[in-house]
Ligand binder design. Structure first.
Ligand code: PLP
Length: 464
């Protein structure tokens, strides 16, 4: 960063501004978390300069000795963290992991059964907006009247359509996934079960959510969400790793190796894999388990407080890190709530709710998550304060149309100041990445003499 501030101040300025924003906003985006500085450092390592297609010991380029060591480490740590027999750490994202897995398990036109996008499913689970919904015959299962996965209907749909692949996983579902039940449905029609734990991987790793690794044939996840790793994906397999693939011969583990490279990716991202290795090691530490316990406790407390304040919390609560709010009775849309809250320094994202009639860019709901609140050390006892900030910001907002709104400027200023103060009292667990390194020798000397809390000063000297 020192060199970058000299050579490219425009870019460095934007990167510094992001550090400042992260420090001073209350991020409740359910898919986000804060990566440890060591994860960010590994992700920016010179290892990135290595080009090496293939896998450790079988590369198509020279000079991959260190990278081989790093990738082996990442694979072993991923297996240990999740109790898996097989891991592939090369997918560039969970979306690409899902598409690689589907392509390996089914020919084009094969039948895929996944959770409906409006019910909380992910694009890659068969949405028509994704190739998963275009290249396969995608059938969607949904929710019951209480907003829970309708397992009985799922079994009926499986019996009727006989999918080759059943996906268990969600982007916006606040309740436990019953992987054993999914597996029973898959077995009833001879389908492969793919569990996508992208959102709940941290909870699965620490036992806060039951693990699918030995129940599903294949498990996929993002590494940057709850795992606090770099942008990227991961494929795992447990007890079923030697089960034959669709050709009746090739074990699933071998099938997955080829599915990622060469079938769907070229060169892996070596530094990203180093960052994954670091994140897996951190996720195995007791501190991480403690954070995941707090994530779940926080979400329950936040849901309770918001209900008490009169908000309609979908399913009446949560079992994981997510709280889904139906905004229809407030007169606000998802996009208005998202923007108004952002003006007050609170980040949540708009979210379609079951039966939503509004467009995906507008929506009738919002999705909250407690990963970063818990990382800030905010426990369930502080959720009353967080819920109140959210509630007051929404109450200060008036919708003028589905996308236009007015927010009371005094309320906004007060809330913004309160959010900053809360963030300052509970800083992100990574002050080191916010350390300004000024290029001027005189200021460097000054910084060396400054008290320790000066690490939170911006390059311009303002407090963060
Ligand atoms: C359940 C689920 N699967 C897959 C993805 C895609 O992950 P990525 O951003 O790593 O492609 C997401 C979220 O973005 C998700 O929620």
């Amino acid at each position: 960063m020192t060199a970058l501030r000299h050579t490219d101040p425009e870019l460095a300025g934007l990167l510094d501004a992001e550090v400042h924003d992260q420090n001073t906003t209350l991020a409740m985006v359910a898919s986000a978390s804060i990566a440890d500085p060591s994860v960010l450092a590994a992700g920016g390592a010179a290892l990135s300069n290595v080009t090496a297609e293939g896998y450790p010991g079988a590369r198509y380029h020279p000079g991959a000795g260190n990278f081989d060591g790093v990738e082996r480490l990442a694979v072993e740590r991923a297996k240990r963290l999740f109790g898996a027999q097989y891991a592939n750490v090369q997918p560039h994202s969970c979306s690409s992991a899902n598409l690689a897995v589907l392509a390996a398990l089914m020919p084009p036109g094969g039948t895929l059964l996944g959770l409906d996008l409006d019910a909380g499913g992910h694009l890659t689970h068969g949405s028509p907006a994704s190739v998963s919904g275009r290249h396969y015959r995608a059938i969607a299962y949904g929710l019951d009247a209480y907003g829970r996965i309708d397992y009985a209907r799922l079994a009926d749909l499986a019996a009727e359509h006989r999918p080759t692949v059943l996906i268990a996983g969600a982007s916006a579902y606040p309740r436990l996934l019953d992987f054993a039940r999914f597996r029973a449905v898959a077995d009833s029609v001879g389908a492969y079960l793919v569990a996508d734990i992208s959102h709940i991987a941290g909870l699965v790793a620490t036992g806060e959510h039951p693990s699918p690794v030995d129940l599903a044939h294949i498990t996929t996840t993002s590494t940057y969400k709850q795992l606090g790793g770099p942008r990227g994906g991961l494929i795992l397999s447990g007890r079923e790793h030697l089960t034959p693939g669709p050709d009746g011969r090739t074990p699933l583990a071998r099938l997955m190796q080829g599915a990622v490279f060469p079938r769907s990716q070229g060169t892996p991202a070596p530094a990203s894999i180093a960052a994954k290795a670091r994140a897996f090691a951190l996720a195995a530490q007791p501190e991480f388990a403690e954070t995941t316990r707090r994530i779940v406790a926080d979400a329950g407390a936040l849901a309770g407080e918001l209900s008490r304040l009169g908000h309609r919390v979908l399913t009446g609560g949560t079992d994981n890190h997510m709280v889904l709010i139906d905004l229809r009775s407030t007169g606000l849309t998802g996009v208005i709530a998202e923007r108004a809250l952002e003006e007050c320094g609170i980040l949540v994202n708009r979210n379609r709710i079951p039966g939503d009639t509004r467009k995906p860019l507008v929506t009738s709901g919002i999705r909250l998550g407690t990963n970063i609140l818990a990382q800030r050390g905010l426990g369930p006892d502080r959720m009353r304060e967080c819920a109140a900030l959210l509630h007051r910001a929404l109450a200060a907002t008036t919708a003028l149309s589905d996308t236009e709104y007015r927010i009371d400027s005094r309320a906004r200023a007060t809330l913004r100041a309160e959010v900053r103060a809360l963030c300052a009292r509970h800083p992100l667990p990574r002050a080191a990445t916010a350390t300004p390194v000024t290029p001027h020798a005189d200021l460097l000397a000054e910084a060396a003499l400054a008290p320790p809390d000066s690490t939170l000063a911006t390059p311009t000297g303002a407090r963060l």
